[in-house]
Structures are given as C-alpha cells and as structure tokens.
Design a protein around this ligand. Structure first.
Ligand SMILES: C[S@@+](CC[C@H](N)C(=O)[O-])C[C@H]1O[C@@H](n2cnc3c(N)ncnc32)[C@H](O)[C@@H]1O
Length: 226
C-alpha cells in the first residue's frame, strides 16, 4: 500500500514537472492571439476585408503547381485564395504559433494539399529550399526578431523563390493602430520601405517591390539564384 502511494506520488510529481514548462513557455503574444482567435474569425472575415484580399492576391504572383507557405496563417482566411491559385498540383502550408488560431483553421480545411503546422516562424519544421513562395500576410509586424524570421524564410525558399510581406494598412497607420490596441501588440511595428529594403539586403534577399501606402503595404523580395 505504502509502495503504491510512493509510486503514485512520484508519477504525479513527474506529470506536474513536465506540464508546468509547457504552459510557462507560451509567450504573452501567443496568449494574445489564442484569446483573439474566436473574435478574429468573426471580425476579419467580413466582406470588406475579403474584397481587399481578393484585390491584393494578384500581386502575390502565385502560379499553378507552386508550393506556398502562409507564414502566420491565423484562422486561415488566406488559404482558399492561395489554394485556388496553386491548384490541385500545388501545396499550401499554413503555420502559426497560436494553437487556437490553428484549431479553427484545421476545422475549415481538410484538403489533402493543405497542411497546418504549429510552429514559431523563427523555426519552421520544413526542409530547406522546399518552398516556391512565402506569404507573410498581416503577420510580419508581430514577429519579434525580424532578422531571424527573414533568415528562416531564406532557408526555406528555393533559389529564385519569392517572399511576399503584405498588410492591409500602411506602416504608419498600422503602427498607430497597434499602439492604440496596446497590450502584447503595442510595440509591434511594420518597417517603412527604406527599413524593409535594408532588412532584405542584410538577409541576402533581392528587394523587388517596396510599396507603403495608407491602405496597403506590399514588400516583395526574391532569393538569389546561385
Ligand atoms: C494579425 S494575425 C493574421 C493572421 C492571418 N495571416 C490573417 O490575415 O488572417 C497574425 C498571426 O500571426 C501569428 N504569429 C505572430 N507571430 C508569430 C510567430 N513568431 N510565429 C508564428 N506565428 C506567429 C499569430 O498567432 C496570428 O495568428
């Protein structure tokens, strides 16, 4: 009886010890996006935002048969647009570090050419040079270490692969909005065109487009073909 008690106590303590770090590891930002997930789905898939997405999607230059990564896919509002463009011979990966955002995305799409992965953009569990195009939509401002993210995007892209960073507000407008929202996103900023160009060059990308307008932000770059 005493032995059973000790075994039970030992197992219980082990479970506690291994579970605590799992919860403690969640950053303030992951918790922010987990909490925003249900509302995000309601507020961000309205007709206005969807029509803005269908307008910008042409600028992403997606081609039939491409493998595309939606970096920071959230609840997956971009997925149908990406999938329609790459078609049945293409492949769409959605990655996000928010469990709740991904839970909603996974509920919506079960296509065999679409996979969702829970990961931080700083360390994406996909093979080097496996992706034709990376789309970072409404997510880049939230990434804490932008140079690490760019280096990970560079690793994943095939030679001549394209990185697209797009937001639905200009840098000034978005930075003001994040300050207004406050909390975990208060200091999340979108680099202006000059700064983005510097970041691209420092991470060995060739800058292509650098557009920063009041209601649209589109920065694209290509990985050199060595
Ligand atoms: C503003 S939401 C945009 C979601 C989606 N792209 C859309 O437009 O609906 C930003 C997303 O990026 C994710 N995110 C932010 N930083 C991340 C990181 N370092 N690694 C993975 N996901 C991240 C958040 O969890 C969130 O789902």
């Amino acid at each position: 009886m005493k032995k059973t008690f000790y075994i039970f106590t030992f197992v219980f303590l082990q479970i506690c010890l291994f579970s605590i770090p799992v919860y403690a590891e969640k950053s303030e930002k992951e918790i922010f996006f987990d909490n925003a997930a249900n509302n995000w789905e309601k507020s961000s898939t309205n007709a206005k935002e969807l029509s803005q997405i269908s307008e910008v999607i042409d600028y992403f230059g997606l081609k039939e048969g491409e493998t595309v990564l939606d970096a920071g896919c959230g609840t997956g509002r971009l997925i149908p647009f990406l999938y329609t463009n790459v078609g049945k011979n293409g492949y769409v990966y959605g990655i996000d570090f928010s469990q709740e955002m991904l839970r909603i995305a996974k509920q919506k799409y079960h296509n065999e050419n679409i996979s969702f992965i829970k990961a931080d953009i700083a360390q994406i569990p996909l093979s080097s040079e496996s992706i034709d195009r990376i789309i970072c939509f409404c997510t880049f401002p939230h990434i804490d270490n932008k140079m690490v993210a760019l280096s990970e995007f560079h690793r994943l892209l095939k030679p001549s692969g394209i990185l697209v960073i797009c937001n639905l507000l200009g840098s000034k407008e978005l930075n003001d909005l994040h300050k207004k929202i406050g909390g975990a996103v208060a200091n999340d900023t979108s680099p202006c065109a000059e700064e983005m160009k510097r970041l691209f060059l420092e991470s060995n990308f060739i800058p292509l487009e650098l557009q920063d307008f009041q209601t649209s932000y589109l920065m694209t770059a290509s990985k050199p073909h060595y």
